[in-house]
Design a binder for this molecule. Sequence first.
Ligand SMILES: *[C@@H]1O[C@H](CO)[C@@H](O)[C@H](O)[C@H]1NC(C)=O
Ligand SMILES: *[C@@H]1O[C@H](CO)[C@@H](O)[C@H](O)[C@H]1NC(C)=O
Ligand SMILES: *[C@@H]1O[C@H](CO)[C@@H](O)[C@H](O)[C@H]1NC(C)=O
Ligand SMILES: *[C@@H]1O[C@H](CO)[C@@H](O)[C@H](O)[C@H]1NC(C)=O
Ligand SMILES: *[C@@H]1O[C@H](CO)[C@@H](O)[C@H](O)[C@H]1NC(C)=O
Ligand SMILES: CC(=O)N[C@H]1CO[C@H](CO)[C@@H](O)[C@@H]1O
Length: 653
Amino acid sequence: MGWQYVPLLLVAPLVDAAVTVHHPPEDLFTMTQSSIAPGETFSGNRAYDPTELEPPENGGYVPNFDINLQPAGTQDGLSHQLPSPFFGFSIEMSVSNQVYGRNSTHINVPFLNLMSNIAERAGEVHVRCGGNTQESAVMVESNPNGLMIDKDYSSVSGTTNTPPIDYTMELIYTLGNISALVPVKWWVGIPFDDIHENPIRMDIADAAINVIGENLLGFQAGNEPDYYGKFGRRPPEYTAFDYMGEVGELIQLMSQNPIYEGYRDKLVSPSIAMEWPLQETWDTGIIENYRDQIRYMSVERYPDNNCGAVFGTGGAIRVPQELIGVYLDHHHLRSWTDYYVETGLYAQQMQKPLIMFETNTASCGGFPGISNAFAGALWGLDYALQLARKNFSEALFHVGGQSVYYNPFTAAPTNQTSFSQWTVGPTYYVVLIMAEIVGRTGTARVTDLYAAEDSNRTPAYAIYEGDEPARVALFNTNTDPSGGHTYTASINVPQTISSVQVKRLSANSVSQINNFTWAGQTWGAANFEADGRPHGEYVIETLPCTPGEGGGSRCPVSVPAPGFALVFLQDGGASAHDEAQTYATSAVGRDRNTATIDRAALETSNGHNETVRGFLGSTSYGSQSSATTLARLGVASLGIVAATMWTVLHRLR
Ligand SMILES: *[C@@H]1O[C@H](CO)[C@@H](O)[C@H](O)[C@H]1NC(C)=O
Ligand SMILES: *[C@@H]1O[C@H](CO)[C@@H](O)[C@H](O)[C@H]1NC(C)=O
Ligand SMILES: *[C@@H]1O[C@H](CO)[C@@H](O)[C@H](O)[C@H]1NC(C)=O
Ligand SMILES: *[C@@H]1O[C@H](CO)[C@@H](O)[C@H](O)[C@H]1NC(C)=O
Ligand SMILES: *[C@@H]1O[C@H](CO)[C@@H](O)[C@H](O)[C@H]1NC(C)=O
Ligand SMILES: CC(=O)N[C@H]1CO[C@H](CO)[C@@H](O)[C@@H]1O
């Protein structure tokens, strides 16, 4: 047994609280440190920790292998048909003002850009505004400091020291105004914290119905109820059966008030993590009993936790260097997601989409050097494809604040309001690429190919649309700058094609932090460099195929170590996303004069001329709606987008 297998044993009891981190507050860390000398320990915000691990010892590797794809009818192990979007975001409620913007007239443009990139590919973006902090959130008339979200650090609770939050209507207006600009749809959470002491606080549901309307996906009925007993929100003996009763009370309440007309079938439940066995929970009959009210069947899970190190909970202190190899191990990922196979089949039987409602690399903020490294991107894609393969319909990566490692994106530190200072993490690339993997036909089905003698480091998946293979996803999670671990997969397909198109996700090592490229473009070479738009030259490779021996075609594709390649087998498949460009605009500053713009970068981003085809003149999503919005607003000029964006948002109010 090689040393790289040892960590598997260390993480064997995969029972981890899907807890997220909000505290200690950002102010305990210095904001700006972005590099460290060798041997020095990083003392800045975790979101910007530049500590790189050693790449783990290499694993499975076969230099040349064949992938033989059959027509769908005879291909093994295909999933159900995957809806679009498959992957979205769960944004912790307490960080709403950092991420979305200060208020409904002051929305962060990098956030809009980031959402727009996904929407271009997936049709729309699904975001859950919630998390642990939704449970104790209280809607207030106003906060003393004028903020739409305020935290009460004097009454923190739980493993993650979650502070209760007071929010105002402004938060809901902000969500509504975001949806008016980019097709983002929302889930919000109904707090279940003291459901018996007080009437259920329905303010967020009522406000969302009034303001968000058709862009409201649904209401989460409590978050991780299986931890309520453990964390003192209920008596320790609280069971899934008790929870079902409480969901019943919510349903009862909603049935009595006409405001919920049209919204009574939108509950998200039960959102359990690892405390209650899945089967026991389904056995309560909750899904069957409430089949007319529960729209989405939800679970939450993080594969590991870093609570011991981050919060001094007394739990095991995990050593990231010992874990990075586990995250890159396909076999490990496959086996822990097997936990959901039966549930995936049950959800289909119940005709409910199964959603991984909150997930990421590890709870309590993730691991430095994994969650924020290229390893996190490769893990995320393999994970997403395993969830798809196991018949999930959707999954959401969690977004915390400045004090977590795993963010798909981190807003500029709150006291830095100038242009493009966001930081985009590996899991953002996963959501973006997953949108291209799944496509938006709603008919994609995936299968794990057990490729290269089922190597643990070079998995491959096929994606079918209809009867034909449409795309192949190839991984190489080894690291070898000498080129020694580059492999060539010869993809044999039943259809006759003369070439394939390839887009790659690249970095120099699995440990690299920032500067990943997808199809040649990066969302940030370093911390504090992102404005939500891709930068660099857009690259799609075209590789030739030859006629196959028994008919069909043979298409060799090489993948370096490390690397991920998405191979498009159908004509023009890759360029379906060519027009994926969006907001040619900068961040919204404290006042509009702080927004400056590099015109040349703007014109060439994504290989397109943004003055012609930017957000305002977009030919793809929103070309209609955003152009119309702007026309209505009387904003005509395309060239001065950056300067006008603030005005645009201001006038939306
Ligand atoms: C932001 O706040 C931190 C910590 O208070 C401080 O060190 C830093 O200089 C500030 N940055 C700016 C741009 O004001
Ligand atoms: C996923 O669903 C499909 C279609 O119902 C089924 O054929 C397949 O066996 C399921 N996959 C797993 C891993 O259960
Ligand atoms: C929104 O934030 C901006 C910038 O801080 C401020 O000028 C404006 O008054 C705020 N609007 C509301 C409604 O609070
Ligand atoms: C990012 O990668 C590119 C291409 O590999 C390289 O030229 C550039 O120096 C890198 N930037 C940083 C900040 O590491
Ligand atoms: C973009 O298009 C505008 C208008 O046609 C043109 O003036 C400008 O030179 C173009 N920029 C680039 C980089 O091609
Ligand atoms: C388009 C849109 O939803 N605009 C709303 C933005 O938020 C303000 C409240 O701050 C509403 O009045 C607008 O209707």
